[in-house]
Design a protein around this ligand. Structure first.
Ligand code: DGY
Length: 434
């Protein structure tokens, strides 16, 4: 274990640029929002100044309306497509003037990341001082979501692009892409020069990805116009779980800091409304799991994925509902031939255990589930998620994602996507210490 931990530290230090971390070389050469958060949790265990700098750099790219982008393009680098010149964040009047970025977001993890950093810190006073210096930016980001991403005032925010979900090419989006008539674009992919195409999204999927962005760009990334016109408009249980968990952390941290009663009150209001709507709207009794909702076409997307169980992490389900969900999780995802937890329902015909988010196991979702299961008292299953995570990394290395089928893990070749992947290292460090 000590050796594995040292290797993880080495991965993180190698991906550190001096002011932020890349997720991994070549495939992802910039700063990604939710990656940065998970990476900071890893650094917090052995190098708090780097953890703090990671977050400060991300927050420095915040827009004047509170928006924090999904990718910050700190450097010119043509090993990635689509880059800054495609995304054109400068079209939005309130975009950062200092950094180029995308015009979309990623799951709002920063709030709970700050609390994790505080928990790990052995100098609580200094950590709280740091947190006090940045927390308002995170609050402002939550305000952006509730003001601009909740057109029906439900307490549930939408995402307008699959890349905002973080679960980029989940089979869930197939249902939406079927409703779209995207052009057949001509472009040069870069991801498939770094990684086997069998592990990455298809050309047709990229057509849809670009098409949604083109529509947003035509309207200078106006939130109002996006809400009105984007063919992709989804209430995602994972994304909303991240927001709710981060709300909770902001409340706890503001209380530690003292004062800020107006912000605490506002956060508590959001929290109550969000949790209620989440339970009413996103839970599917028949499936025994939380699902996505297609807000554009006003219909539930009835698929079970690892995101379906993520609400355990934010204390959203009742104990009874949690029990039901865990039973479903173990029935579908947890038989002895599978590592926990595949990213998509292994019993579905859309399941593909090799392809990006269409089936493989991801370490960040395992970390979320591990902590959620533990909080609800499912100790044995939490322990299995942890052990499965360690096994997969030990056998294959610090890959981006892993084949969920145990039979594939015999020759060290069941890790896919990028290698020396930052959050796989960061969250392993946290799980080993936890
Ligand atoms: C990619 O390029 O696949 C990224 O994950 C987008 O965020």
């Amino acid at each position: 274990m000590i050796k594995l931990q040292e290797q993880a530290i080495e991965v993180l230090n190698n991906n550190w640029t001096g002011s932020f971390s890349i997720p991994c070389a070549n495939l992802y050469p910039f700063q990604w929002k939710w990656d940065s958060g998970f990476i900071a949790i890893g650094f917090a265990h052995f190098d708090m100044p780097k953890a703090e700098k990671e977050i400060s750099t991300l927050l420095d790219a915040q827009w004047e309306n509170g928006f924090i982008p999904h990718i910050v393009f700190h450097t010119e680098n043509d090993s990635y497509f689509p880059g800054a010149s495609f995304h054109r964040s400068d079209l939005h009047p309130l975009a950062s003037k200092k950094y180029k970025s995308t015009g979309m977001v990623q799951p709002p993890v920063t709030g709970f990341v700050l609390e994790e950093m505080y928990k790990v810190s052995n100098n609580k006073e200094a950590s709280l001082k740091y947190i006090a210096s940045v927390i308002d930016k995170v609050y402002f980001n939550h305000e952006y979501f509730y003001k601009n991403r909740d057109p029906q005032n439900e307490g549930l925010v939408y995402i307008y692009h699959n890349w905002e979900s973080g679960t980029d090419n989940s089979p869930i989006w197939d249902d939406i892409f079927e409703t779209m008539d995207s052009p057949d674009y001509t472009f040069e992919r870069r991801d498939t020069t770094h990684v086997d195409a069998a592990q990455r999204p298809s050309k047709r999927e990229y057509d849809h990805y670009l098409h949604i962005i083109e529509i947003a760009k035509e309207h200078n990334y106006s939130d109002e116009k996006i809400a009105e016109l984007s063919p992709f408009l989804v209430q995602d249980p994972l994304f909303n779980t991240m927001l709710i968990k981060s709300n909770e952390s902001l409340i706890a941290l503001y209380k530690l800091i003292g004062g800020n009663n107006d912000k605490i009150e506002q956060l508590e209001k959001w929290q109550e409304k969000s949790k209620k709507s989440f339970n009413n709207k996103l839970y599917d009794e028949e499936l025994g799991a939380y699902i996505h909702y297609d807000l554009r076409n006003e219909k539930p997307l009835r698929h079970v994925s690892s995101s379906s169980f993520s609400p355990l992490f934010a204390g959203i389900p009742s104990n009874e509902r949690a029990q039901k969900m865990v039973t479903v999780m173990m029935d579908k995802f947890g038989n002895e031939n599978q590592y926990l937890c595949a990213s998509f329902d292994p019993t579905s015909n859309r399941f593909n255990p090799k392809k990006y988010w269409r089936g493989p196991v991801w370490i960040n979702l395992n970390w979320i589930l591990y902590n959620g299961l533990k909080a609800y008292g499912f100790k044995d299953i939490a322990a299995r998620v942890k052990q499965d995570t360690i096994d997969m990394i030990e056998k294959n290395g610090f890959y981006e994602y892993f084949d969920s089928r145990k039979e594939m893990h015999t020759d060290g070749k069941a890790g896919y996507g990028g290698n020396h992947f930052s959050w796989s290292a960061a969250l392993l460090i946290d799980m080993l210490k936890n």
